[in-house]
Design a protein around this ligand. Structure first.
Ligand SMILES: Cc1cc2nc3c(=O)[nH]c(=O)nc-3n(C[C@H](O)[C@H](O)[C@H](O)COP(=O)(O)OP(=O)(O)OC[C@H]3O[C@@H](n4cnc5c(N)ncnc54)[C@H](O)[C@@H]3O)c2cc1C
Length: 462
């Protein structure tokens, strides 16, 4: 695709749509929108625009489409695979100023929001209603960015990922047309499911300007436990048994000993440095939860659990969860001088133990300086961060090969190259292997909705 760069007349026109305070070509704003939280090379937009309503977004897209100017949406820039980096320059649409909670409908368990709302702020606002929006990627992500990446998190094992919690979207298409997809009913058999075509489309098929989200009740009781094991493989087998038993955990997280060490150091905790499962259950009464935890303990003991600590109190639970959320960042900060690759594969849960064993073996064989295995185990999602000293080209190359082997193993197990971070730049190389001929149909869908390819170009397709 050939794109035009922004000429002075384009800048003047776009500025006239949004007003001078919401249009910038300043160096610091361009830099701030040139990189996400991945290690991918920065690439600046030519202008940053902060739209305040759907009409402005529509006018900007209509103009950009006619002029063949790339447009990349920006939520909070917390992506981990380069998704919002404006690879071809053009206009960056920053949604910070479209962040209103439009209507909370407690009786229907729904909320209408603009895309720039940070999901943590939404949950803070909702707390008095007894409801919450369950997908929780941990970072300060926006609803627009979560929808675009189909983000998920610790609670996904019970409440689903973003796609399971979005009912309706208002989208602006590449040509500026505004369409509404989905509805506010809790179910529908009407027409093609275009709503879910947009979820996970990484800002490449249209721009989200409003969303109706499904809310769920804050559980009346919870019980959290920590179990430690001899090996990571034993812990992963216990994960499979817990899921198979139908105990329905609300969180089931795996942490390898290297992750526990780093958490202890950064958060002043004294957790035993062993392969660890953190689990949480939600339910109607203490009695019910005691029974559930009792069964979970039995299942863990069958897999050589060394220690099982039931009944963490709220403070302990919150500290552990906070540490888990911050783990990726702690790893990055711990040795900012290292080259690292972050893997995000997911497999069917029955294949989880095999996948964990394979990933650990590959990291060891690569001779990595450090390898951190963790993940939303209950969803079959594995995060593995493999590191080497910068400049150590040989190990760097072996780490890249390990990444390749691990992703291909996940695909052979009928899993996916990315459980939750999205494709962006980093995972594009795996799309052909994962999707085969259906990748061509994805390209045709892109061509249909965005014939000039202006929306977030350079992503997803190898
Ligand atoms: C410490 C840390 C922990 C994380 N943990 C998790 C985790 O557990 N699970 C998980 O899923 N992710 C996780 N992430 C990744 C990240 O938070 C998610 O991918 C999140 O969805 C990105 O949201 P954002 O608002 O930052 O979007 P951005 O990074 O700004 O953009 C993401 C994508 O969305 C597009 N986009 C943004 N707004 C719109 C819009 N209005 N319309 C259309 N497209 C749009 C962008 O173009 C881009 O393609 C983590 C990140 C960090 C830094």
């Amino acid at each position: 695709m050939e794109f035009n760069s922004l000429k002075d007349e384009d800048k003047r026109y776009i500025e006239s749509i949004v007003s001078a305070e919401r249009f910038s070509t300043g160096e610091s704003n361009l830099d701030l929108h040139s990189r996400d939280m991945s290690g991918h090379r920065a690439s600046r937009p030519e202008a940053v625009v902060w739209p305040k309503d759907r009409a402005e977004v529509s006018r900007i897209l209509s103009y950009a489409d006619q002029r063949r100017i790339p447009v990349t949406a920006w939520g909070a820039g917390t992506s981990l695979v380069g998704n919002p980096i404006p690879l071809h320059g053009g206009i960056c649409l920053d949604f910070t100023q479209m962040a209103r909670i439009l209507e909370i409908r407690t009786d229907d368990f729904q909320v209408d929001v603009e895309p720039g709302v940070i999901y943590k702020d939404l949950n803070h606002k909702l707390r008095h209603t007894g409801l919450f929006f369950p997908p929780d990627p941990g970072a300060d992500a926006t609803i627009g960015g979560m929808i675009a990446n189909n983000a998920s998190g610790i609670r996904t094992v019970r409440y689903g990922s973003t796609k399971d919690n979005v009912l309706r979207l208002v989208m602006v298409l590449a040509n500026g047309e505004i369409i509404e997809v989905g509805n506010r009913a809790s179910k529908s058999s009407s027409g093609f499911d275009v709503l879910h075509l947009f979820v996970g489309s990484e800002g490449m098929l249209g721009i989200v300007v409003e969303a109706t989200l499904r809310l769920v009740g804050i559980p009346s009781e919870f019980a959290s436990s920590v179990a430690t094991f001899e090996t990571v493989e034993d812990a992963s087998k216990a994960v499979f048994e817990i899921i198979r038993s139908g105990l329905d955990p609300a969180a089931l997280e795996l942490l390898a000993p290297e992750c526990i060490s780093i958490i202890n150091r950064h958060k002043n905790l004294e957790l035993p440095v062993s392969p660890t499962l953190f689990m949480e259950f939600h339910g109607p009464s203490r009695h019910h939860l005691e029974e559930v935890i009792g069964i979970a303990e039995e299942l863990c003991r069958e897999h050589d659990c060394q220690e099982f600590r039931p009944g963490l109190n709220k403070e302990e639970r919150d500290r552990l969860l906070e540490a888990r959320y911050a783990l990726g960042e702690m790893i990055r900060q711990d040795r900012s001088d290292r080259f690292r690759i972050a893997i995000d594969v997911a497999v069917p849960v029955s294949a989880y133990p095999e996948m964990i064993a394979f990933a650990g073996e590959q990291a060891r064989e690569a001779g990595a300086a450090a390898a951190y295995i963790f993940g939303h185990a209950g969803d079959g999602n594995i995060h593995l961060v493999i590191e080497t000293e910068r400049g150590n080209r040989e190990t760097g190359q072996r780490i890249k090969e390990a990444n390749h082997s691990i992703v291909h193993k996940a695909l052979a197990l009928k899993g996916t190259a990315t459980g939750e971070h999205g494709v962006g730049i980093g995972k594009a190389k795996f799309m052909e292997a994962e999707h085969g001929p259906s990748l061509e149909w994805m390209k045709k869908v892109k061509q249909l909705l965005d014939p000039h390819g202006i929306l977030n170009p350079g992503k997803m397709f190898p």
